[in-house]
Unconditional design. Structure first.
Length: 320
């Protein structure tokens, strides 16, 4: 694809010590200028990956539009020798020219990916120390998240002004990301309290189930904690509130159901715990600046036909 000065990104998807089943990567939509490229990507990983590597000559910023398969983790191959991999969040950023390795489960995944010129962030190589790189793998910032979701819908509209809007949005994003990463250098990252992995898995399993989004009291009961202790421990563990996390995962589920199922929007609203299609549409538009129907028309997969129909109906009921 135009704009990639290095071929190692595409090759890196199957790089690593051992040859594995090749994953599928499709660029669903893209906008590009001299310094910025924005893509909607669809991945299909036939098997779990334990050493998927890539390196680009630009900043790589990624927003998960649907839940990432498994429990993804990442590390910098040359800089983090002997260091445990970090959890990869809904939003992560990788600096130019650093080889990055990730592990994740099998399954399908959709993401918004931004590639932009190195000079859009004023961070020297010396500034990319361990706290900064670790912070970049799970960026939790509401302003950054809102900008990325807006870009995800803009990239498909392809209006005359889309490229100008994209460049302005990415410039603002680059500034937000730069401030976030620089703040990590001066922040005390020592974690006090938090939640053990077993309880985090309980929370993840419940939130990504097919049930309507849980309340904080329900999650607290699952972990045998008081609501106050639950909320405080989750904030200490992840750096964001439980309410924000529930909203983010609900938005991912909405995108998944809109683009991978033929369920009516009213049914999707009910599955996600909304009282009506109108309340769901208002919440979705508030997060993405786009109506649910527009996302379905732009990114939805074609309806199944023939022998695939019954199989697709069964699969749709299992979408998280």
């Amino acid at each position: 694809m135009a704009g990639f000065a290095d071929a190692t990104f595409a090759a890196g998807l199957q790089a690593g010590p051992a040859r594995r089943a090749e994953p599928d990567l499709a660029i669903r939509s893209a906008l590009q200028t001299a310094k910025v490229e924005v893509q909607i990507r669809s991945y299909s990983f036939p098997a779990p990956e334990h050493d998927t590597r890539f390196r680009t000559d630009r900043w790589f910023l990624d927003l998960s539009l649907t839940p990432r398969p498994g429990e993804p983790r990442g590390r910098y191959v040359d800089l983090w020798r002997g260091r445990a991999a970090e959890r990869i969040g809904d939003i992560f950023v990788v600096p130019p020219l650093l080889e990055f390795s990730s592990s994740h489960g099998a399954g399908r995944h959709s993401a918004l990916t931004l590639l932009f010129a190195p000079d859009l962030l004023e961070l020297s190589p010396a500034a990319l120390d361990e706290p900064v790189l670790a912070e970049g793998l799970h960026i939790r910032d509401p302003a950054i998240r809102r900008r990325l979701w807006r870009l995800a819908t803009e990239v498909r509209r392809m209006r005359v002004e889309s490229c100008a809007l994209m460049e302005a949005e990415v410039l603002a994003l680059a500034g937000d990301v730069e401030r976030r990463l620089k703040a990590a250098r001066s922040t005390d990252r020592a974690k006090r309290g938090g939640l053990p992995p077993a309880r985090m898995r309980i929370l993840n399993d419940r939130l990504r189930s097919n049930l309507p989004p849980p309340t904080i009291s329900e999650l607290a009961a699952l972990c045998d904690l008081s609501e106050r202790h639950m909320a405080r421990a989750y904030l200490q563990e992840t750096g964001e509130s439980l309410g924000v996390w529930i909203a983010n995962v609900t938005l991912q589920r909405a995108w998944t159901l809109l683009t991978r199922s033929q369920a009516p929007i009213g049914e999707i609203a009910s599955r996600l715990g909304f009282s009506s299609s109108a309340s769901f549409a208002a919440a979705f538009r508030n997060s993405t600046s786009c109506q649910p129907g527009e996302v379905r028309r732009s990114f939805g997969e074609p309806p199944p036909t023939g022998d695939d129909h019954a199989q697709a109906r069964g699969a749709a009921s299992n979408i998280a």
